[in-house]
Write a protein that binds this ligand. Sequence first.
Ligand code: 1AL
Ligand code: ZN
Ligand code: ZN
Length: 449
Amino acid sequence: MYDLIIRNGSIVLPDSVVKGDIGIVDGKLQTISADALRDAEAERIIDAAGRHIFPGLIDSHVHFNEPGRTEWEGVYTGSRSLAAGGVTSYFDMPLNSTPPTINKENLDLKKACTEGKSVVNAFFWGGLVPENIEHIQELHENGVIGFKAFMSPSGIADFNHVDDVTIFKGMAEIAAVGSLLAVHAESTVICDQLAQEKQKQNWTSARDFVESRPIISEIEAVRRIISYAEATGCKVHVVHASSRKVVQVIQEAKERGVDITVETCPHYLSLTVSDLEEQGGVAKCCPPLRDEQEVEDLWASLQNGEIDVIASDHSPAPPAMKEVQNGDFFRAWGGISGAQSTLNILLTEGHHERQMPLEQIARLTAANPAKLFGLYPRKGIIAAGSDADLTIVNLNESFTLKREDLLYRHQQSPYIGRTFTGAVKMTIVNGRVVYEDGTITADRQIEVG
Ligand SMILES: NC(=O)NC(NC(N)=O)C(=O)[O-]
Ligand SMILES: [Zn+2]
Ligand SMILES: [Zn+2]
């Protein structure tokens, strides 16, 4: 007797897509088979004929801002929007919540306010800031999945960016406890000086803002972090690379044997500087959006296997903070709200438009982050014995994203009005259906890791 059987779906495995049935018991995938479940019974049987079943997405980069800035986002709203987007686990960044997750006490606060509110599994990043090297060990022992540092100002007063000495000492400590460092890699020197030059001239357009944070600023910071990785042996994960030129520097380091990985985000694969000009603050992020050619190059890089992980970097703020006032793009909050759209973008622009294999999409959004952050094979793969975290998709259903479809707190998105092909029909977390045909169907916390 199974709790749940999903019949006749196309199951997306790491290297193939197979037709079959999935049997779930006690929140785990028990049986995956072409025909063994034909006569089996279950409390609920779902007919998935014509549907694809993906391993639930793991979004390794979101900012849910709780505690302390719940007017920006929150676990309740944020996690529901993830469920609607097919995401079954998320990793919450240490900043934008107040207090930031830079010691055990603050991590406990974070866990306490996540408990009972999230409909998907929640995991937490710790922060590395100049003030907290002595807290790295306790954060690691209390389960953070890694540490995040900013090499340039974060925009948040209580989360300072690291100076070179902090990076160096922090990385030695992170390596010693056996964890990894995720970095926001932009050069403070380059970005600050270029921003000053622009502002002195009163040049504050979208393009001015983008030019003040050039690709070379990412490359410079990435080269520096690679030097420290080589010196300390600390594993490094570069978040939100905006360009293939950045990815290639990381690729060369990988080939030399440096333990380094890289993330990009759906917005760098689907939006350009023109979108920033047209849409304003809703499309502002750091590093900024790039030009059309960069977007194409980044897809090539992705398809070539040079990128390890895709995450949303959902970094919301109240609409007033996203407004571009008097044409000044420097002042609006940097961060794109995209938690709900990752899979839609990858299916539409990756699979349908660029023939990206579904298995590769599953690797980038589930298996790879699970492996990188120590959750594999418990999560990230459809296999017997793994947690029953699944996303059921209608690959050929088209829809146009409407503001009211968005379940996060502030219904902003650079994708409103865009038509996607590939719709999430159902999301299952630890064997429970949490989202079905446009409705959140569960209201209980799943797991706080
Ligand atoms: N404080 C932030 O949330 N920053 C984020 N902002 C972006 N990406 O524009 C980030 O991840 O750097
Ligand atoms: Zn960042
Ligand atoms: Zn971020």
